[in-house]
Every structure is written in structure tokens, then in C-alpha cells.
Ligand binder design. Sequence first.
Ligand SMILES: [Zn+2]
Ligand SMILES: [Zn+2]
Length: 337
Amino acid sequence: MDLFVTFIGTAASVPTATRSTAATLIARGGDRWLVDCGEGTQRQLLRSGLGLVDVDVVLLTHLHGDHLLGLPGLLKTYGLRERDRPLALIGPPGLAGLLERLGVVVGRTPYPIWIEETGPGVVLETAGARMEAFHTDHSVPSLGYALVEDPRPGAFDLAAARALRIPEGPLYGRLQRGEAVALPDAREVRPEEVLGPQRPGRTVVLSGDTRPCAGTEAAAAGATLLVHEATFLEDESQRAVETRHSTAREAAELAARAGVELLALTHLSSRTLPREARRQAEEAFPDVIVPRDFDQVELPFPERGGPVVHRGGEGGVGRGPRVAASGDPGSLSSDDL
Ligand SMILES: [Zn+2]
Ligand SMILES: [Zn+2]
């Protein structure tokens, strides 16, 4: 099953000429989940080459403007496109009141919006995976999110199946799915007789805005990808403490402790040079990237190799989207707006 993480906005606090404020799209199979929705997210999605993705869920890490000012526009545009699928909005306490106030701007939508204020724990479940929220340490109530896949059954051992004289066909599929089967000669075969050891799923963790904290570290233990904020460089480490943010180096130290496979640094302040953020992080943890807006990380199943970074850019992710937007990209003219 495909799993892609696309960086839609990677700036802290204010957009710059090249970076938009916080938004990250997770695409897994047919699911489209947006984590944070900074100002201009809908236009960023269009510019990414993915089109205006009909996301199923928007997860907010906290209620600071640079993580949610894109919501009114996105909600409104979905309405103009006559979306009828429900949209779930999940975030920390205060979300429902905020949405109520935004209602003046958004107006009535032709699709239902489900609002869920949440704390730590499982917030979403889908086939073979769940999204968990965890506490983080920012200046307002804040959450990080971890997409955690279930372990998968082991690889099918064809030689073992043949040795057991299991007829080829549907019985193979049932065994692969973990079912015991009865053979025509009345023998029973258990799945562990023809499957290798369980194979791990993938884990993607997004810290949101936070000091380095135990919640993120626990969620990121052994993660395939940790997307951690790195608002500041070392020369502003005191400011990071005061504003409850992290430096690039602190994020890398946490990644090293957690043993993640790949660290992506995001939420860069306009004063932070990406190359310098990477250099400082690499002193603590080697496998680090500082994505630009529209860059994408593809996460194959572990047995098929490690994460692959696709560089994005104007006009498309990796010059041609690797992951299709679900739903029709729509064709609003300026007259519609
Ligand atoms: Zn922020
Ligand atoms: Zn914040």
C-alpha cells in the first residue's frame, strides 16, 4: 500500500517567498489526511501538482494562526465544488469554539463537518493503521500525531506450501490473510506453517510545534519518518525555550534517541537557513532532510527499501505527481469565487 508524505507548507509563523506556513499531507492507500492547514494551503495544494485534494480529515496540532488560517478558504472552496463527503476536523480543546467563530466567514457548507476535540490516544482508524495523538510541549494546548500501521503477516513461503501439498488458488490467499484452512484431504494447515515472521508496518510521526519532549520521543521510537519542527538554529536556543519551540539540533538529538529512520525538519523561521539547519542537525543525527515546500517522502514497506525523497517544485511534485489526488481536482473559474 502506497504511503506518501507531502510537505505543503514548511515555514514557521509567517510565509516567505518560497515557504508557506504549516501543512503536511499524508496519503496512504485511498486515505488523504492533512495535518495543519496554514494560510494558503488550498493554493499550495494546487501548486504542488496534486490538485485540490479532497482530504478526508484535517488534524490540527494546535490553534495558532500559522497552522489553521488556511481552513476557512479550504472549507469554503470545498463547498463551492459541491463536495458532499463529510470532512472531519480533529484537534485540541478549543477547536469547536474556533470553528463556530469561523462559521461567519465560511457560511453554510453543503457537506457535513465533524468536529472532534481530542487528547492523547487513537483518533482515527483505517484499514491496517491508526492515527494516534500525543501530548507535546508548546505555549498553548498542543498535540503531535503518529500514523501507526499494524504489523503485517509474514511473506508467503511458496516452497513450504508446495511441500504441504496445498492446492494453489484461493487457499493461498486465505492463509496469507492469517486464516487456518482445511485441505481437500481433511488436513488442516495453520497460517504460521506457510508464512514467514510478521513484518513491521510503517510509522510516521509529526511533532507539530513543541519543545523536544517525552511524548514525541515515545511516539517516534523506531519510526520510519519523524517530521519535527526546527524553528530555530543554535544561536537562538534560548528563544526556542522561551517560545516553546525546538532548534534543529534538538530535533536531531531527539531523533537519535528515538532511533528513527529519517528525520525531516520543518517549521523553519524566516531567519533560519535550511542548509545551516541541516548541518547543525547532522552533528547529532545523520539521516536528516530539510524539505522545501512540495517535496515528498515516499515510504515503501521496509522490506522494499528505505524512504525515498522526491524533490517537488513549481508545477508538480517531482515533476509529475507520484500520488494522485482523490476525487476530481475541480474546475472553478474566477467567476465562482
Ligand atoms: Zn507554528
Ligand atoms: Zn505554535
